[in-house]
Design a protein around this ligand. Structure first.
Ligand SMILES: Cc1cc2nc3c(=O)[nH]c(=O)nc-3n(C[C@H](O)[C@H](O)[C@H](O)COP(=O)(O)O)c2cc1C
Length: 211
């Protein structure tokens, strides 16, 4: 049976990582339309039962004081990562990634602000631990919404790589006695027209039925 493609199928096909941003800033209404898609993403029901304050969005301008503090946390994490890679000898198994980790640790973390705005998302965790998984759902909802709005969007792993969660909680005024997972995305207008994804950038079709 052939299933006809719908609006969502087109958006799924069009979604891609856009790494070059225009300097023009997105207005708050557009930022918040994307954030609303993240707010609607699933959450861990049992963990967050009877609470509604477990998900936060922080919208950070690249010229702000908060941006400078976030960059410092990111640089600290990158230095620690190089030490970890060396201690565990990971350079042998992942030579290319280890080389990149070393190179980026030697530079200021300006790359996390390649767009005028960065959105950091914090999801409170608990028991059972589901916060990291929830961030994935939030991010994908936001990414698809941004795609529909023809915006540029890129995951910014520099923030989720920060191991100093206390530093992040302090920076964003979150309760220090709670567990949070963090992720971030760059968002803005694309510098160049968004082109079609290339076929080879997708994983091959791999579906196996067990009947
Ligand atoms: C968990 C995760 C983290 C990622 N982190 C980054 C990142 O920090 N910087 C970046 O440029 N792309 C990042 N990406 C984007 C991937 O490189 C990208 O999704 C992949 O190359 C496929 O390209 P597409 O998004 O255009 O389909 C990340 C993707 C995932 C799923």
């Amino acid at each position: 049976m052939l299933i006809e493609k719908m609006v969502l199928d087109r958006i799924l096909e069009q979604r891609r990582s856009i790494r070059q941003f225009d300097i023009t800033e997105l207005p708050e209404e557009k930022l918040e339309a994307v954030i609303e898609a993240g707010r609607l993403a699933p959450f861990a029901g049992l963990v967050q039962k009877n609470t509604d304050s477990f998900r936060h969005f922080f919208v950070i301008h690249r010229d702000s004081e908060t941006a400078a503090k976030l960059k410092a946390l990111c640089e600290e994490a990158r230095h620690e990562e190089v030490i970890r890679i060396e201690a565990l000898g990971l350079g042998q198994k992942y030579p290319e990634a280890a080389k990149i980790a070393k190179a980026i640790s030697e530079k200021p973390a300006n790359d996390i602000f390649i767009s005028p705005w960065l959105i950091v998302i914090a999801e409170r965790g608990g028991l059972p631990q589901r916060e990291e998984v929830c961030l994935g759902y939030i991010m994908e909802n936001m990414w698809l919404k941004a795609t529909e709005m023809e915006l540029a969007f890129k995951i910014c792993s520099g923030v989720s790589d920060i191991k100093n969660k206390d530093g992040l909680k302090e920076l964003f005024g979150l309760p220090m006695d709670e567990v949070y997972a963090f992720d971030a995305c760059n968002i803005g207008y694309p510098l160049n027209p968004i082109t079609e994804r290339r076929e080879h950038e997708k994983p091959v079709k791999s579906i196996k039925y067990f009947r």
